[in-house]
Write a protein that binds this ligand. Structure first.
Ligand code: PAF
Length: 284
């Protein structure tokens, strides 16, 4: 195996410092593991952007709510290593909680983004994005990459990370990768493992509804709030509980108004055991 696995910050840093001083451009792909084709596409994109790629796997408890799936989150280290190695990923940073939060999570200094964090996923998952911005800024400080790649499936996460990097002047270029989908449109996600066999045939309903909403807007419908309600009904009819559907300004993530031309249509629904998210974008 040519993948180098490091569990400790000091060890990884000394390797990367050497490579950086040789002029190598470093890309970072932060993940929580249980790697699927979507993650591997991030690695491939990262390889196009840099001389070497550092993937990270850390199931960050700080971004999970108390009643969420942190303990059940699939941990598949061996399989993940084989997949990274097959993609010729160079380094894997695989810290444990003591390495990332040596003073405990309560004592950890936090990075708080005030903008865009309390709407959409942030409204359903209070504190989630504070956990994300805190861990991602730590990972950026540890790896000090020139470029970092994130999936556009987590549209809100990507927007918040871009904003954090700009606000804190972190010298890293952020690249967003297209959403990887199954053949029926279902966005690839580690949480798809929680979809039951009975639910799977309809699990692409979120994507279908987002595409339907996009078509309605493209055809000139501008009553966005009524469209969102109609979209939620389609999801209910397919047997799922909608969390939110929002036709939003793609930059601010606020509910879109008539003048907005750059739109993101974002949604989340609950299956019996999973919460799935997805989005589509359009420019008017
Ligand atoms: O998108 C994810 O997998 C996580 O939120 C991230 C960016 C790795 C931070 O833990």
């Amino acid at each position: 195996m040519s993948l180098h696995v490091h569990r400790h910050i000091a060890e990884l840093r000394s390797q990367l410092n050497r490579l950086r001083s040789e002029g190598k451009r470093i890309a970072c792909v932060p993940t929580m593991g249980n790697l699927h084709e979507g993650h591997l596409q991030l690695i491939r994109l990262a390889k196009e952007q840099a001389d070497l790629v550092v993937a990270t796997i850390f199931v960050n408890r700080l971004q999970f709510g108390l009643n969420e799936d942190w303990d059940q989150y699939p941990r598949t280290f061996e399989a993940d290593c084989s997949k990274l190695d097959a993609e010729q990923c160079d380094y894997l940073f695989f810290p444990d909680e003591t390495e990332m939060y040596p003073n405990g999570m309560d004592e950890q200094t936090r990075v708080v983004a005030p903008s865009m964090t309390d709407v959409l996923c942030g409204a359903s998952r209070p504190g989630h994005f504070e956990g994300v911005t805190t861990v991602v800024s730590k990972l950026f400080n540890i790896v000090q990459p020139h470029v970092a790649v994130f999936g556009r499936k987590d549209f809100q996460q990507l927007a918040i990370i871009r904003r954090m990097v700009a606000d804190l002047c972190i010298p890293v270029e952020i690249v967003g990768a297209p959403v990887a989908r199954d053949s029926d449109g279902l966005a690839l996600s580690s949480r798809n493992a929680y979809i039951t066999e009975q639910e799977r045939p309809n699990a692409n309903q979120l994507y279908q509804t987002l595409c339907w909403l996009r078509d309605q807007v493209q055809q000139g419908q501008r009553d966005y709030r009524t469209l969102e309600t109609a979209g939620a009904r389609r999801i209910e009819k397919a047997g799922f509980r909608p969390d939110y559907l929002s036709i939003a300004n793609a930059q601010t993530l606020q509910p879109a108004v008539d003048d907005d031309t750059d739109l993101a249509i974002l949604g989340a629904l609950f299956t019996s055991r999973a919460r799935l998210i997805d989005n589509v974008t359009l420019t008017l």
